[in-house]
Design a binder for this molecule. Structure first.
Ligand code: AMP
Length: 410
């Protein structure tokens, strides 16, 4: 079914065309009619499924025109600054043939510019909970006209301790509103928030929550702790990558990896919560533009960020929560492009990787990098060397002709 058949407005259809989308993704097909019909919704979908457009397109269609001098009608809550900025950009992109106005509201930057934007009048506010609360308290923002509330990445919002403030924000919205709720997983504590915020929600599930994108090739490399960095450098050397996201468990670890990669002559950006907002914006923009070929990130900072053209994800550290594996891998292979995901596993992490395999319901093949001088591992024996076992793994990468390296996003 094409977008045209979904009853979206003409100007939104033009925005979709300009974004280069031809057909709706499964979550878009299922969520757009619900949102247009005014019903509440719980959407569970893995990242990279097109969920932003699944709510943004019908919302923009319904808003139709800007209302000068009136309070915002749509509030979207996001867990991180990066996501808030990204989702606001998506709204602006899709709304380019309308006069609707979207503003991102998040912490870590001054209040001045955001206040000026808000005073000019907005239809859609995309916000992180903390900064939004500041503006609610000082009267810069009122939620009295909100008729659509979107709670995005709810599981992560709760992980980050936003539950009390999120509940406070929900309570400040008019009772008579539409609420859309998106979460990769819906465990009982999230179900509790959903019951508090939603009325007779339709459930839209796309794929299995635990599943990783099928267009991603996985592999793990067993290595001793002492040789991890050496193996990372060797993998980068042998891999024909366009852009790589390297994940570290800790902020300190991310800084250290970045320092060492720079010393090995790579152009590297770093993204974690201790960096200033300006540093984070610069890192992300530089990574998107190709100024940096590698971005080293922690889980929270990278959650949900959309960098079209990430060809590889390297888990320098095995993620602590199996769910984070799915999110990390969601950064590559987005929207059907092919991506590779490597995980460096030390004997100490062998049980974590088994937890991940159980969680995602699939084995992660174990490979050895050819020509790498492995030191003996104590915990489990190394597998035999596999040569060219997987088409796109080091040494035998396919050229990515025609691959859209950078997204249409600004
Ligand atoms: P999301 O899950 O919202 O983060 O979207 C993941 C990626 O898919 C983004 O780069 C979107 O621009 C892209 N995308 C979303 N919907 C479509 C579509 N219908 N056709 C092609 N790409 C899409």
């Amino acid at each position: 079914m094409p977008f045209k058949a979904l009853n979206l407005s003409e100007s939104v259809l033009r925005g979709i065309q300009a974004a280069g989308y031809t057909d709706p993704t499964p979550i878009q097909l299922r969520a757009i009619p619900v949102v247009l019909g005014g019903g509440d919704l719980i959407g569970s979908a893995q990242t990279g499924t097109g969920k932003t457009a699944a709510f943004a397109l019908p919302i923009l269609s319904k808003l139709a025109n800007h209302r000068p001098g009136m309070p915002a009608r749509v509030l979207v809550l996001e867990p991180t600054r990066e996501l808030a900025a990204q989702v606001e950009t998506a709204f602006r992109d899709f709304a380019r043939f309308t006069n609707l106005r979207a503003v991102a509201v998040f912490g870590g930057v001054g209040y001045g510019v955001q206040r000026t934007e808000l005073k000019r009048g907005v239809d859609i506010i995309v916000a992180t909970p903390g900064r939004l609360m500041d503006y609610l308290k000082d009267g810069t923002i009122t939620l009295r006209d909100i008729n659509v509330l979107v709670l995005d990445e709810v599981d992560r919002m709760l992980d980050m301790g936003f539950l009390p403030v999120v509940k406070d924000i929900i309570a400040r919205c008019p009772k008579n509103r539409q609420t859309l709720f998106f979460s990769a997983t819906v465990p009982p504590e999230i179900q509790a928030v959903a019951s508090f915020a939603l009325r007779n929600p339709a459930r839209v599930e796309v794929g299995v929550n635990r599943s990783v994108n099928q267009s991603v090739n996985h592999a793990m490399y067993l290595v001793s702790f002492e040789q991890k960095f050496e193996l990372l450098v060797a993998l980068l050397e042998k891999t024909n990558f366009d852009s790589v996201l390297v994940f570290s468990r800790t902020k300190h670890g991310a800084d250290k990896i970045a320092r060492r990669l720079k010393a090995a002559n790579h152009s590297v950006a770093v993204l974690h919560a201790n960096r200033s907002q300006n540093q984070r914006i610069e890192a992300l923009a530089g990574f998107k533009s190709g100024k940096y070929e590698i971005m080293v990130a922690t889980d929270i900072a990278a959650r949900g960020i959309d960098v079209a053209g990430v060809t590889h994800v390297i888990n320098y550290d095995v993620p602590e929560n199996p769910e984070d594996y799915v999110h990390r891998i969601g950064r590559t292979g987005r929207a059907q492009a092919v991506g590779d995901a490597f995980t460096l596993v030390t004997p100490e992490n062998a049980s974590d990787i088994r937890d991940i395999e159980r969680f995602i319901g699939q084995k992660i093949p174990e490979l050895k990098l050819e020509g790498f001088d492995y030191k003996p591992l104590s915990a489990r024996p190394a597998p035999p060397v596999q040569q060219g076992a997987r088409g796109s793994l080091p040494g035998t990468m396919r050229p990515r002709s025609g691959f859209r390296r950078f997204g249409s996003r600004r």
